[in-house]
Write a protein of this length. Structure first.
Length: 274
């Protein structure tokens, strides 16, 4: 049994390595670009290890771009979009799960897999007619197109996995359906709420297409700020990689700090049916 289990573990480890190695390679190469000067970044054959490492690329990002202002815009948009998605999506997931509304769940899934670009043109025309283009409001609203389906779909799986007897007992004791949701179902589904919150924040933080179309000069988010590093004359690979690292850092740190909660939520059924 041990001999048969060892080849399986080795095969699993090799499969995982094959899947994640391209992402690891890209991330390491981005690190290399961020800490090298432009001469080494354009050298042939390529130079992988910075010699010596430099922080000039990071200084250029902060000096030539209003990086802190863009970061604040991203914080406002991502936290607001995530909070509104939880406020709307958690009760919706409970209602869909308990009423067994499979058609509504399928509709949510369709909304989730539909490319955001499909919503962009009609939403842009609406916001332009309302005079909201160039502000943070349309960006927050359009991010709900991404975050709300994520929250609803994750929470459907969690609420479907909860014992129905607990809620039925609360209803028999005189509680309303809202009280059963608030005091019985919601505390038990806290791991799912955590997973939904993290996933929503990550997708909102990384979104690019809505920001680049709907934002103005002062309301751009960080992914758009990375795009601004590109110039028509040349591509400055060092500042571009440094800006990409700075944008990735908050999401990476959030994932590392919350990994126990993510694993607990996923194993508890947070993405059941996903």
């Amino acid at each position: 049994m041990k001999m048969r289990g060892l080849p399986g573990k080795i095969g699993f480890a090799l499969s995982v390595f094959a899947l994640i190695s391209p992402a690891i390679l890209v991330f390491l190469w981005m690190l290399s670009l961020a800490f090298k000067n432009e001469v080494d970044n354009t050298a042939f054959p390529p130079v992988f290890i910075p010699n010596p490492p430099t922080l000039d690329n990071f200084r250029a990002v902060f000096e030539k771009n209003n990086f802190f202002h863009y970061a604040w815009n991203s914080i406002i948009v991502s936290f607001t979009a995530t909070g509104l998605a939880l406020l709307l999506g958690v009760p919706a997931g409970f209602g869909i799960a308990k009423s067994k509304a499979s058609k509504a769940a399928a509709l949510i899934m369709i909304a989730r897999v539909t490319p955001g670009l499909s919503y962009l043109i009609p939403l842009f025309l609406i916001f332009q007619w309302l005079g909201l283009t160039g502000t943070l409001t349309p960006i927050i609203i359009t991010h709900l197109v991404i975050t709300v389906p994520i929250v609803v779909w994750v929470m459907i799986g969690f609420f479907e996995g909860l014992p129905a007897e607990l809620e039925e007992a609360a209803l028999v004791d005189g509680a309303t359906i809202w009280q059963a949701f608030r005091f019985v179902a919601l505390p038990l589904a806290r791991p799912g709420v955590t997973v939904a919150m993290i996933l929503s924040f990550i997708f909102s933080w990384n979104n690019f297409i809505f920001g680049v179309v709907l934002a103005g000069r002062t309301t751009r988010t960080l992914p758009v700020a990375v795009y601004n590093v590109l110039t028509f004359e040349q591509i400055s690979w060092g500042p571009l990689a440094a800006a990409a690292l700075l944008v990735t850092a908050p999401v990476l740190l959030l994932t590392l700090l919350m990994q126990k909660e993510i694993v607990a939520g996923l194993t508890a059924g947070g993405v059941k049916g996903g």
